[in-house]
Design a protein around this ligand. Structure first.
Ligand code: KG4
Ligand code: ZN
Length: 336
């Protein structure tokens, strides 16, 4: 059995998790804690990096005390390694988490393993589907990322498609903002969208048939539509949300379907914050011949269990040297 403490602080969630991997590598989450900063950043309409870093500095020790109370100090200290998000993400935020994890590593004399946050999302579905194993296709859809990755094994990834401009989550959030919804707009917009079954609004199905994703054209179309409509009543807001959600989902599913066809891989994972979207989950579930492995809602968005999982896999594969470098940009395909 391998026991790992995971630390995540790359954006606006501070999170800790204690995870165990059995002999076969099947993960079991012993305890996980998260502290979201959504309310703080809501005042500014987006994440303020400096404030986010200060919040991590305040929250990580609090979460740690709580975790210690839950599982016991001795159990925590008995970990085989500490895994921490080393990138990609906000520089100051990453530094706070890495420094915290490095402190524990020194105090406990346990190895420290830097984890790529996107690699965490790639394997997050395994937390809730312990028998999932590569090869599989992962649709990573979050506030900063939109890509389809072919996962051949640990550290062996090829990008099948990625966005040329905005991320899917960004498109949800910017559209929501245009409609006057609170930050982060994705879940708010989704809730309105799901309250109606159809919409009279037509939005372009951007880049259909093209290999890459692009969401900036969609965002412009939504901006024009909102401007034309002027004052939005609740019904219009719901119908507009429905149209936005449908356009984003159709675009994502179209590319995913092509990726399944061209790769011949039929096991599909969706991960990242937008994977919490009900319409997307249902649309991918309807793809014929595809076996879908979904993370629980809590493991779609940023969490520390997925970081601990990758750290555990890397510890076992002896692929986790700590080089102490912060990597705000760190392409997942360069992770041999
Ligand atoms: O992975 P994540 O928690 O953070 C990173 O960006 O790394 O993803 C956050 C994104 C935000 O854009 C948020 O609006 C979106 O995920 N999101 C959703 C839903 N829940 C979260 N978008 C659409 N529908 C949802 N239910
Ligand atoms: Zn993320």
């Amino acid at each position: 059995m391998t026991r790992i403490l995971g630390v995540e602080s790359s954006c606006d969630e501070s999170a800790l998790a204690l995870l165990e991997l059995d002999r076969a590598g099947r993960p079991h989450v012993v305890a996980e804690l998260i502290s979201s900063q959504v309310e703080l950043h809501n005042n500014y309409g987006g994440v303020v990096p400096e404030l986010a870093a200060r919040e991590h500095l305040k929250n990580l020790p609090l979460l740690f005390s709580e975790l210690e109370q839950r599982v016991g100090a001795d159990v925590l200290k008995s970990v085989d390694a500490i895994g921490v998000t080393q990138g990609p993400g906000l520089q100051g935020c990453l530094l706070v988490g890495m420094n915290f994890a490095a402190g524990l590593s020194v105090a406990w004399e346990k190895p420290l393993i830097g984890v790529n946050h996107i690699e965490g999302h790639l394997f997050a579905a395994q937390l809730d589907n312990p028998d999932l194993s590569p090869p599989f296709l992962a649709l990573i859809v979050s506030g900063g990322h939109t890509e389809i990755v072919q996962v051949n094994g640990l550290g062996n990834y090829s990008i099948i498609a990625r966005t040329t401009d905005d991320a899917a989550g960004e498109c949800f959030d910017k559209s929501a903002k245009l409609m006057g919804l609170p930050y982060p707009g994705g879940p708010h917009l989704a809730k309105l969208a799901d309250s109606v079954t159809s919409s009279p609004y037509q939005l372009p199905r951007v880049m259909r048939g093209q290999p890459e994703f692009s969401f900036s054209g969609l965002k412009t179309a939504i901006a024009q539509l909102v401007k034309r409509e002027g004052e939005l009543d609740q019904r219009k807001r719901c119908e507009l949300s429905h149209a936005v959600q449908s356009a984003i989902v159709v675009t994502l599913v179209d590319k995913l379907e092509n990726a399944v066809r061209s790769s011949g891989i039929r096991t599909v994972v969706i991960s990242g914050g937008v994977a919490a979207n009900r319409a997307l989950r249902e649309a991918v579930g309807r793809l014929s011949g595809v076996t879908l492995a979904l993370p629980s809602m809590a493991h779609c968005t940023d969490n520390a269990a997925m970081i601990a999982l990758v750290a555990g896999m890397r510890l076992r594969a002896k692929h986790g040297e700590w080089d102490g470098v912060v990597r705000p940009r760190w392409p997942v395909e360069n992770l041999a």
